[in-house]
Write a protein that binds this ligand. Sequence first.
Ligand SMILES: Cc1cc2nc3c(=O)[nH]c(=O)nc-3n(C[C@H](O)[C@H](O)[C@H](O)COP(=O)(O)O)c2cc1C
Length: 184
Amino acid sequence: MKIFQKLDDFLDFGWAQIYRGKADKQSPARYPTFATSSGDGFPNARTLVMRRSDRKNNQIEFHTDTASSKMLDLKKNPRAGIHIWLPKVQLQIQMNVVVEIKVGDITIPYWNNVPTNSRVTYGTIPSPGTVIESSNAYDHSPDQKRFAVLVCHIEIIQLLLLGVKHIRANYKKTNNWQGEWLSP
Ligand SMILES: Cc1cc2nc3c(=O)[nH]c(=O)nc-3n(C[C@H](O)[C@H](O)[C@H](O)COP(=O)(O)O)c2cc1C
């Protein structure tokens, strides 16, 4: 088990795991849970593929369909939560983020990088979440206009490492990521 005496070293370890999400398709960091607040007060949590992470600019990026319910949630409230559990290293990562939504022509360069067979995810008819007559009663109609890039600006990162003695720390952008230890 890793021992961390310094807050900075613990945060470096957390970011190294986040970066694995892009580099390693087997890493659970590739499939974070992304939670939004719905109008009815219930949180909405779902799995998304992490497309990019950038420590320098405090960003995590996801792609989605503009017609999905998370878009409605985010338009009402751009604050979202990200959760990752990495069983091999026994680390939980939680993030508070503010989501910037990119749609329209600005997404064309991103769209051009989406492999053709992956584009079917963006443009399902009827819209994701619509009630349908049978399990297959929908069509794929890949459409760049239905493609959204969610740039998540990280405000808080919280890490919990399980061990003989658990360790937990919270890092805030407003505190320049200095961090503070928390009782687990
Ligand atoms: C492993 C996995 C990866 C997924 N990746 C994405 C993704 O990158 N983008 C996306 O919009 N939905 C993705 N989904 C589907 C979402 O979990 C969700 O069902 C869909 O986006 C509709 O969400 P919403 O109706 O809550 O907005 C993924 C699902 C799984 C199981």
